[in-house]
Design a protein around this ligand. Structure first.
Ligand code: AMP
Length: 415
C-alpha cells in the first residue's frame, strides 16, 4: 500500500479526509479544544511543503438539515488558519466545489463545508425496502465519486471514522488507484501507538479504566485481562463492583443488572493473575451538584443518602504507586466527576501519575474523550507518550484488539 512518507505531492491536488469534529464554545462559537486540528497538521504540511494543494473535508456534529449554521465548518476556519499558519479558502457546499478546486494553486488549502449536510456521507438506508436501500447506496457512490473528482490523490487521516463505510472514507477510496490513496500521518501514528500497547507492551502493563458505566467498557476490560498485569478501576463503575462484593454504596451510581458481570470480571482477573485495584476511599456528595457538601468514607461504607463522586487520598496514593511502577499504561475514563471542581482532584492526580510514569520511561497511551480532556486540562499533553484523538476510541480499541491480536504484522499491512 502507498505510504504517505515517500509520496511526492508536487503539482497534485490531494483531498484529505480529516476529523475536524471539534468542540465549540457554546457562547463564543470558538473552537474550545483544537487537538484534532493539530493532529492533522503533519499530513497537511507535508502536502503543502511538497508543492501540492490540499482539499480538506470533514464532518462536524450531527446536523439534521442542509445547511445548518450551527454545524458549519466556517466557524472553525480561524482555528485552522492559526494552526496551519496561512489563510485558507472555503466552499459552502461540498458538492459544488468544481470552480474553486479548478482555481486551487500549489501551496493552497481549500476547506469543504460539513460533509454531513448530505445524508449520503453516512449512507444510511433511508427506507425499509431493499430498492430504497439500493438507491441510497447508489446515491452514496455518486456523492463519493463527486468528492473524488476534485483530486488526484486521496489521503485518509480521520481515525475516528476510518472504520466506517462512509462516503468520504471507504467509498471514495474506490475511485483512486492503489498508488494514489493512502493513510495520513495521524492514522499511521495512532495505529503504531495501539500496536505498541497491544503487541509490544513492556511489563508491568497497567490499564486504568474509569468513567460512568461498567456496561460501556466491559468488552475492553475483558479483552485487557489477557494482556495486563494490573487493572485499576475508578469512576462511577467502581460502585457496581463494590455493591457486587456486598459493600454499602449509598446513592452512588450502580448498574444493578451488572452485579454478576462485575463478579465474573473479578473472578476471571484472578484466574488470569491480573491484580485488580478498586478504590478504597472516596469523596462523597450529598447531591449531584458542583456545590454539594462532601465527606470522605471507605468506598464500601458509603453512608445512606451520599454518593461517591471522586477517589480520595488513600486511593490516589495506591493508584499512583501502581502507575509509577508500570512500564506500559493505558488510561481510559476519569476517576470521578471531574467536570465539577470539587470532584476533579482524583482524575488530575492520576493524570500527573501517568505523566510521572512517562518521565520514568513508561509508554503511556491516553484514549477516550474525557481522559484526553483531563490530560489537556492539566497541561500534560506533551508529558505522556500518546494521546489518541478519536472519540470512538473504545470501539476502535476493541475492534483493533480483536482484529490484530497476536499478529504484529497486520497493523503494518493495514497501513
Ligand atoms: P465515560 O464516557 O464512560 O468515560 O464516562 C465519563 C463520565 O463519567 C464523566 O462525565 C464523569 O463525570 C462520569 N463519572 C466519573 N465518575 C463518576 C462517579 N463516581 N459517579 C458518577 N459519574 C461519574
Amino acid at each position: 500500500m502507498q505510504l504517505i512518507d515517500n509520496f511526492n505531492f508536487a503539482g497534485k491536488k490531494a483531498i484529505v479526509r480529516v476529523d475536524f469534529n471539534v468542540p465549540l464554545n457554546k457562547e463564543t462559537g470558538e473552537v474550545s479544544d483544537d487537538t484534532r486540528i493539530r493532529g492533522a497538521l503533519p499530513t497537511i504540511k507535508k502536502i503543502l511543503a511538497d508543492g501540492g494543494s490540499a482539499i480538506l473535508m470533514s464532518h462536524m456534529g450531527r446536523p439534521k438539515q442542509n445547511p445548518d449554521p450551527k454545524f458549519s465548518l466556517k466557524q472553525i476556519i480561524p482555528a485552522i488558519e492559526k494552526n496551519i499558519g496561512q489563510k485558507i479558502q472555503f466552499v459552502d457546499d461540498c458538492m459544488k466545489a468544481d470552480a474553486q478546486v479548478a482555481a486551487l494553486k500549489p501551496g493552497e488549502v481549500l476547506l469543504l463545508e460539513n460533509l454531513r449536510f448530505y445524508e449520503e456521507e453516512e449512507g444510511k438506508p433511508r427506507g425499509e425496502f431493499e430498492t430504497e436501500e439500493a438507491k441510497a447506496d447508489a446515491k452514496q457512490k455518486d456523492f463519493a465519486k463527486k468528492l473524488a473528482s476534485y483530486a488526484d490523490v486521496y489521503v485518509n487521516d480521520a481515525f475516528g471514522t476510518a472504520h466506517r463505510a462512509h462516503g468520504s472514507t471507504a467509498i471514495i477510496a474506490d475511485y483512486f488507484d492503489a498508488g494514489n490513496k493512502m493513510f495520513g500521518f495521524l492514522i499511521n501514528s495512532e495505529l503504531k501507538a495501539m500496536d505498541k500497547v497491544l503487541n509490544e507492551s513492556q511489563k508491568p502493563f497497567t490499564a486504568i479504566m474509569g468513567g460512568a458505566k461498567v456496561s460501556d467498557k466491559i468488552m475492553i476490560i475483558e479483552n485487557l485481562l489477557d494482556r495486563v498485569d494490573n487493572l485499576i478501576i475508578g469512576g462511577g463503575m467502581t460502585y457496581t463492583f463494590i455493591k457486587a462484593q456486598g459493600g454499602n454504596i449509598g446513592n452512588s451510581l450502580c448498574e444493578a443488572d451488572k452485579l454478576d458481570l462485575a463478579l465474573e470480571v473479578l473472578k476471571k482477573a484472578e484466574e488470569k493473575g491480573v491484580k485488580v485495584y478498586l478504590p478504597t476511599d472516596a469523596v462523597n456528595a450529598d447531591k449531584f451538584d458542583p456545590e454539594a457538601n462532601t465527606i470522605i468514607s471507605k468506598t464500601n461504607e458509603t453512608p445512606d443518602g451520599w454518593m461517591g463522586l471522586d477517589i480520595a487520598d488513600e486511593t490516589i496514593k495506591t493508584f499512583s504507586d501502581v502507575i509509577a511502577n508500570s512500564k506500559t499504561v493505558l488510561w481510559n475514563g476519569p476517576m470521578g466527576v471531574f467536570e465539577f471542581e470539587k470532584f476533579a482532584k482524583g482524575t488530575s492526580a492520576i493524570a500527573h501519575a501517568v505523566a510521572q510514569a512517562t518521565a520514568n520511561g513508561a509508554f503511556t497511551l491516553i484514549g477516550g474523550g474525557d481522559s484526553v480532556a483531563a490530560i489537556n486540562k492539566n497541561k500534560l499533553g506533551d508529558k505522556v507518550s500518546y494521546v489518541s484523538t478519536g472519540n470512538t476510541w473504545k470501539e476502535k480499541f476493541f475492534r483493533a484488539s480483536k482484529q490484530f491480536a497476536g499478529n504484529k504484522h497486520r497493523i503494518k499491512e493495514a497501513v
